[in-house]
Structures are given as C-alpha cells and as structure tokens.
Design a protein around this ligand. Structure first.
Ligand SMILES: [Zn+2]
Length: 648
C-alpha cells in the first residue's frame, strides 16, 4: 500500500495540496476496499523514497510551460505504486490526482457520490506517464437555474474531476438561484421554505471556501453594478412593482421615449445614462470598493444592465455607441484598481446592444481585461463556426439605438466577434448557453444532438480566437444523461477527443452492461423526435410527425424491459442511471402525446397532457433533484407549449 507524500514547501499551496492528498487517499482506499493508504507531509522532494509524491512543478524540479496563474499543466510519472504526481499550480496538482485516478479507471459521470464509478482494484503494477496541458485556459461553469446549496457544492467538487478549472457565482450572493429552489417555485407539491439574503450570503461563503480548498478560479458578479452603485441591491431579475426607487437611481436611469423610469420594475435590466461622467465615476468607485473587499475573487465580471433596446436617448448618449461609454467606464475602473494595487482581472462582454464594438474608445491597459463573447441570441442547431460563405470583412448592420435585431445565425454573430477582436487582442473566452433554456429544451429528448454540438463548438473555439468557455447553465443537466456536460468538460481539456469515443466512454461508464444499447436507444429517439418546433415557429413541423411519434412510442415500449432489468443494479451509479432513464421514458411519452395533440389542434388534450407531465416531474422531484431542474423544466416547456405553432 503506497504512502502518499505531499510537499508543504510552498505556503500558498498548503490547503489545496493537503486536500489533493486526502482525495488520493480516499479513492485509493475505496479501490482497495481497505483504509491503508497513509498521508505524510514533507518539506522536500526525495524521489528515491518509495511512495506517491504530490507537489508543485517548482518544488519537484519541473518548469511549467506557462506561468500565467490561470493556466494548468500536469505531470504524472508513476511506476507501480511509486512516483510523482505534479501540477503547475495547486489546482493543477489536484487535477493531476484526478487524472491519475482516471487512468486507474475511476469515472465521474455526474456530480455527487452516486455519479461516480470506482473500480475495485488498487494502483499496483501500473506504469502511468502523462504530461498534459489543457487545450483551453478558461474552463468554467456559471450558476443558473434553481439550486440547493448541495447542488452547487456537488458541482464545485465535480468540476476538477473533469478537468474544469473555475466556477462563477452570479450576482453578489446568487440569491435568486437559491431562492427559486428553497421556495420550490413551480412545484406546488412541495412546501416552500423561507429563504433570505443573509442565508444566500452564508451559502456563498461556504462555496468560496470549497473553491479555495481546490484552488479553483473564482469568477464573480456579472450584472448588478448598475443598481448596486445607486443604492439598489441587485438580487436577480424579479419584478418589484410599487417599490419606491431611490431618487439618485431614478435620476440616472436611461431616458427612453423622453422618460426616465425602471422598465417593468426590474432594476437589473434598467440601463443608465452611461455617458454621464458622474454615472461613470460612481460605477467605477463601486467596482473598486467591491474588489478591495473581495481579494478572493480572481475574475471580476463587470457587465452593464441586463436589458436590450433600452439604452439612453439623451442628447449626450445619442452621439456615440453604448460600447464607447462601456470602455470609458472600464478604463476608469482599471485606473482605480491600479492606484489601489488590486490585481483582479476584469471581464467585459459583447452581448446584445454591446455586440456593436466601440468606435473611438480603447482599453488603456489590456492586460487587466478578459473579453467575453456572449452570443445569447444564437441558434443551437448549427455549430459555432464560420460557414464557407462567411467573410471576415462583412460589414456590421448599422447600430440603430433601441431598434436592434440580434442575429441567431452563426455567421451574423461571428461578424460581431471579429469586429470586437479588431479592437481588443487580449485574453478571451466564450460565454455560452447550450445547457440553459433555449439550448437545452429545443432538442431531441435524450439531448444527443446537443452533446455533439457542444463537443464540436468547443473544438472550434481555437479557430475563433477564443481561449475557452464559461458555460452559463442550469446546474442539474443530467437527465437522462450527463453526456453534454461530460463532452464539454473533456473536450475543453483535450480538444482532440472525438465525440463518438467520448460518448462510448460515457455510456459504458454511466450504464455499465448495455450502456451501448442505451446509447442506440437515445440515438433512435433523436432520429425521430425533435422538440425544436414546439417552442420556435421558425422551425417547420416535420410532415410525418405523427408517424415519427408513433415509432418513438414503440421504441420506448420495446426498450422498457432493458431499462427495468437494470434498475436494481449492484452499482449505485449504474442503478441511478437506469432509474433516471425509466423516468425519462415516462416524460418522453407525455411529451410525444403533447406533440401529437398539437399537430391535431387538440388544445384541451395538449393541456391535459401538459398538466399530467407537470405533476409527474413535480411528484418525482426528490428522485430527480440532482439531475433535473424541475423549476427550469416547467418554466421552459410551459412557454414553449403556449408559444408554439397554432395547428388545426
Ligand atoms: Zn444619457
């Protein structure tokens, strides 16, 4: 049984290295079925002493290729149960531990203890030599949807196991995401729990601790500065009708149609008079104070309001693009952070009205900033790469204040990306939305096409000049499988991985025996069913939709005995995978009934089936909690069913 030595030479790495050693011990003991692995702390590397040595490159005589604090690199050189597991920074050491365990056969198919597959054989007699640098620098997930604290902690724990390096807490304390879960919005069968801002703050502190323990990159905030700077706490996107807005806020909100008011009583979507020097100053000061009080944040996202076609029409603002004001604000922030000696990187974004890049202003200190391209209006039925017809010189549609149309086609969006890239050549990543409403639900039932698209999109990022992805996503996206997130994470680490090989790896890991039959079943459903037209009038209803629906129903019935046969498996990971698939079959049957009734114009039948489906997911919410965001599922399908084609 190997001794695990961890090097306590670099004081900044202590807690993560100690944690990495603990993880290695825990999994080795589980594999061996006995708690025999010992952990020993050592100040110096002594390669001759038998054991598994854990340390930073600099403490074991290795030189990393990059010294950028966000870049990872791992080195594993093990013969039998002796050798070195090293990383270029503390986070990389932890990832190297998981990578070593991966080579021994450990698999993490979903967040949480029930999503892992640990082989029952120890590390003896295996030689493992791995030296890897991830394909992309930015590999992170952003909080969205409805979440319990445990959902987030499980996600944070899972990320480095898949080679992901960061987590993004939106808003100051992520209140709205927790609030949706604890109040059980969209599930009338559960009793709402009281939830307050102080509790969200406490949760955020716990999440930060878990991030720090793993050395993960911490992204924070995003929207909200535009209200917080003027005395309005920004908790999310809820309407607050009748709220008396502070006069200092009302004075500076954007003038639209000759009036300054808070649109729909939602503070986070209210634009400000961004050309007003006092507004710029106030925003910059707010960011400075927050950064000074939060040294634990690595990437501080400074986004403006979350609205669109809402920008100020006052005589000053009208003379130039909102992006020019944005750049002035960012420069003012940089000045303040520099004067104060604050190291935070500031993330700025191209998004809706801000897709039009600045005409005159430029960032004075580009190394302070990271550019984020957020193509929220994009289609998820076409990969994110330029078509043969796309020309990088294509002129942008002129900016027409408050009458903008945002493209959904990829070529159109890439023109904006290229226009921004002409103004800023620094660090950058894409912020994408595959695993949230518009990406997630308008797909085939098993999300097989979406998983393939995700893998393809990640592979294209290099060509687009983007160094990674932050996925703006529901945290519970594992119903019926987690292939999408798995493919995204694995491909961000190694962009040469072929999707088909990843899918095989995933299905075999998650479902065990008959995993490949399960893949074939979901692929068959994907060939027959597509919920795209349900929520999008631009997508035509297939002519043979009824025949397709009938074939899908038959396919589900035919596969049901296989599902049932595996629902009580020896391994909890496999058991859960098949149980989820069983519930998914029931959900899919009801969705098919809704599709059929829609095509026949049977509105009452549509409603009846939708009510039955809602009840089904709500009744089973405790079983589905780790894998399906019922709040998001109900919100999305309700909207899709209401807005889809009127058929007769
Ligand atoms: Zn203005």
């Amino acid at each position: 049984m190997p001794t695990i030595f961890w090097l306590s030479k670099s004081s900044s790495a202590l807690s993560t290295l100690r944690f990495a050693a603990g993880e290695l011990q825990r999994y080795i003991n589980r594999m061996n079925g006995e708690a025999l692995a010992r952990i020993v702390e050592r100040p110096q590397y002594q390669p001759a002493e038998p054991g598994l040595w854990l340390g930073l490159f600099t403490d074991v005589g290795l030189t990393p290729q990059s010294t950028h604090p966000l870049d990872d690199e791992i080195h594993i050189a093990i013969a039998g149960d002796h050798g070195l597991i090293a990383g270029s920074n503390p986070r990389s050491v932890l990832m190297a531990v998981y990578r070593y365990l991966w080579a021994l056969g450990c698999r993490w198919l979903r967040p949480g203890a029930e999503g892992e597959l640990i082989p029952r054989a120890g590390p003896a007699a295996m030689d493992i030599h791995i030296h890897e640098i991830p394909a992309y620098r930015h590999r992170a997930v952003c909080i969205e949807g409805a979440v319990s604290l445990e959902n987030v902690l499980d996600m944070v724990d899972w990320l480095p196991k898949l080679g992901m390096s960061g987590y993004f807490m939106q808003f100051r304390e992520g209140f709205t995401f927790f609030d949706r879960w604890y109040r059980h919005q969209n599930n009338p069968l559960k009793t709402p729990q009281a939830f307050g801002v102080e509790q969200a703050r406490e949760f955020t502190r716990q999440i930060e601790e878990e991030l720090q323990k793993r050395g993960l990159v911490y992204h924070a905030i995003g929207h909200g500065w535009t209200c917080e700077a003027f005395g309005v706490p920004c908790l999310g996107w809820d309407q607050e009708p009748g709220r008396p807005w502070p006069p200092e806020f009302l004075r500076v909100v954007a003038e639209v149609n000759g009036k300054r008011s808070v649109p729909w009583d939602i503070a986070s979507i209210a634009a400000l008079c961004y050309s007003d020097p006092a507004v710029q100053e106030k925003l910059a000061c707010c960011v400075e104070e927050y950064a000074a009080a939060h040294p634990q944040i690595d990437l501080l996202h400074v986004w403006l309001d979350d609205g669109f076609n809402n920008k100020c029409e006052c005589p000053n603002c009208r003379t130039h693009l909102p992006a020019d004001d944005y750049i002035q604000i960012l420069n003012a922030i940089d000045d303040r952070l520099t004067r104060r000696g604050l190291p935070h990187k500031i993330v700025f974004l191209a998004y809706v009205d801000m897709l039009w890049p600045p005409e005159t202003e430029r960032l004075q200190n580009p190394s302070r900033f990271v550019f984020m391209f957020a193509p929220i209006s994009r289609t998820y039925r076409q990969p994110m790469k330029a078509s043969a017809l796309h020309s990088s010189e294509r002129a942008l549609v002129p900016f027409e204040r408050n009458h903008l149309k945002f493209p959904s086609d990829i070529d159109g969006l890439l023109s904006f990306l290229q226009a921004w890239q002409a103004t800023f050549q620094g660090d950058s990543f894409v912020y994408d939305y595959h695993l949230i409403s518009s990406g997630l639900y308008q797909q085939d039932p098993g999300l097989m096409n979406l998983a393939r698209l995700l893998s393809e999109d990640v592979q294209s990022l290099k060509n687009l000049g983007l160094n990674g992805m932050v996925s703006c996503q529901l945290q519970r996206v594992f119903f019926p499988t987690g292939l999408g997130m798995y493919a995204m994470a694995r491909t961000l680490w190694d962009d040469s991985l072929a999707f088909d090989a990843l899918a095989q790896e995933y299905f075999t890991g998650a479902f065990g025996t008959d995993g490949m039959r399960c893949q074939a079943y979901l692929l068959k459903l994907a060939g027959l069913l597509d919920f795209g037209w349900l929520g999008n009038k631009e997508i035509a209803i297939p002519e043979d939709v009824a025949a397709r629906c009938r074939s899908a129903m038959k396919g589900i019935t035919r596969f049901m005995p296989v599902i049932q046969q595996h629902m009580c498996n020896q391994d909890i990971c496999h058991t859960r995978s098949w149980q989820y698939l069983y519930l998914h079959a029931q959900v899919t049957r009801l969705l098919v009934k809704i599709l059929l009734a829609k095509t026949k114009g049977q509105a009452k039948q549509v409603q009846r089936n939708w009510q039955t489906l809602k009840k089904l997911v709500c009744m089973h919410e405790d079983d589905l909690q780790p894998v399906l965001d019922v709040w998001a599922f109900v919100s999305a399908y309700e909207k899709m069913i209401e807005s889809s084609h009127e058929t007769t």
